[in-house]
Design a protein around this ligand. Sequence first.
Ligand code: NAI
Length: 702
Amino acid sequence: MATRQESTNKQMETEKPSIVLEPATNNTSCYQHWFLERDDDHIAWLACDKKEASTNVLSAAVLEELDNILGELEQTLPKAVVIYSRKKKGFIAGADINEFLNLGGQKEATAMIQRGQRIFDRLEALKCPTIALIHGFCLGGGMELALACRYRIADDDAGTKLGLPEVKLGIHPGFGGTVRLPPLVGAPAAMDMMLSGRALSARAAKKIGVIDYAVPSRQLRFAAKEVALTPPKVKKACGWKAWTNNRLVRPLLATYLEKQVAKKATKEHYPAPYAMIGIWKKYFDDRESMLVEEAASVSRLVLGSTAQSLIRVFFLQEAVKSLGRVKNYTPQHVHVIGGGVMGGDIAAWCALRGLTVTIQDKNRESLARVMKRANGLFKKKLKQPRLMQAALDRLMPDIEGYGIAKADVVVEAIFENVEAKQTLFKELEPRMRKDALLATNTSSIPLQILSEALANPTRLVGLHFFNPVAQMQLIEIVSSEITDKNVAQRAAAFARKIDRLPVPVTSTHGFLVNRVLMPYLMEAVILEAEGVPADTIDKAALKFGMPMGPIHLADTVGLDICLSVAKNLSEQFGGEIPKRLTDLVEAGQLGVKTGKGFYEYKKGKPQKTATENANVPADLTDRLLFRLLNECVSCLHEKVVADADLLDTGVIFGTGFAPFRGGPVNYIKSNGVAKMKAKQIALYEKYGDRFNLSPGWDALDR
Ligand code: NAI
């Protein structure tokens, strides 16, 4: 009997080879980044394969070559052109973001964008059918290239992702995307795609009309050939969808869209979505002007501080992702101990990301709750019953801990109690594989203390997840002086495996995120106790760009948890705990979970406090902010993280610190270190010790 692998191989032999691996024939023109091949049916197969790169991006060199190839095709027009990618990872990831970093000025930026527009116009104007044949990701400029083709065919595999994520970088599509998408799918779907930056599956893209066909991988080439030889009618939005782009409808729809955007991002902080809506509203009927305005707008935005900060954040993310690259380490099975708030959600998240998971708790009801919550998560994220069932099958309740002996990774998430954790580690270690990773999710206990219980204390590492696990991208990878470096690296690789961002921190109190967050929250509590309405404090933080105000955040985390972390940190670093916080906890007002904290909650929503005649200090925002910034400077000085970039990454992804400001250190530097230090000193002189200048400020200038 043939094995499954053998029969798959056989099947491959009889079917068309994958588009990724298509061999070149003699009739091939070789460029650096493209391969052009003409077959016997006079179809030109044009493959993008950026030299010495694992991913295709549209760098200046890649675009220039495409321009030349289009010239060649115009000279000897084929029956059709099929554009595809030879990279395993996907079609084209977008423009080369590196080229956005050192732009000389507006003129250079406009020229760069107009060059892309001109090349895609040339592609669109080819006098033969053009087909984008898409597998994997097709994003940004890659999607715009596909939109310039007459037809789009995509692999219906789960790995296919089509999107225009430019808003996430503080810009909007610039190579004609804003011009081509609305007529293709209608304004609502086009705007949703461009304003959210969300990537679509092939099926979703087919449904709204972004692509013409979604077919299985093995039929991609066949489908492209069919379309090339017998081209169907070119699709575009019709009926009510076309009507949404009408001159009379646009102003109304634009107002609605602006209102929707305003719920998530202000124009002051994130100008790109507003600019894009404005261009569509004003210029949609005049394609030439719309292209000119698209280029002018993107070149203005890309040089602005929001885009430059968001581009910086993109590179910060890429840098920490690379920390998780460890050769020959592919964890498959994770065993989680403790099925409470954190352990349960960690287990569910790991199963969602494809790992086999055993979840252990001494309490059966906890395990039942874990399965119920996991079911909710899978339903929300996976939608299809078949995928949900597969994820549930990967998550196994394991009250006896049978999974311990087999697991590649064991994550401990039981009560925050030294004795309980040490007792558990003593029992665990002899049952675990020698090469398995042992991680704790402790939020405050130094690893040095916990590892005393182990025969091999160098194997313990912290994987500090944040609550809610499914939303918080960061994991602090905590090492003590004795943690084995390979263990910490594997912990970072594990974090990547489950699609989280690993930031290495030292095992000092509060690690990075809780340590910088707590002074900021405590200042908010002090302000509230002084009589400043909670709502006013929260609004000031939102205006600065935080995703949630500090008072609302404290209520959400739970005031009892805030109090316990604050006590722990004040024992180490000094500082008083506001009496108002202790009073609320003693009164049982713990925040959202008890329905009352600083705010009262109705259906989970905070009821706003009255703000008339309130005493609002002029330095309200500075007081909140400088408590956080000063603590960041201390963490850098004490080397809690290795450098300023890691600090910015940790604080942005762990606290939500306004991403368009590029992180706290970037924010200090872009405002001028001397000026910011002087503000810190002024706050110290006015309010005393809690604004004590960190010794790290001077080093920031170097
Ligand atoms: P929790 O109290 O919700 O859950 C703890 C669970 O562990 C309970 O279900 C309990 O039955 C189980 N358990 C206790 N001892 C056990 C043992 N020996 N064997 C098996 N199961 C045992 O606690 P939570 O909030 O999930 O916290 C867990 C850990 O995560 C703590 O170390 C905490 O500091 C840390 N953490 C908590 C965060 C939060 O927001 N709650 C955030 C980040 C870290």
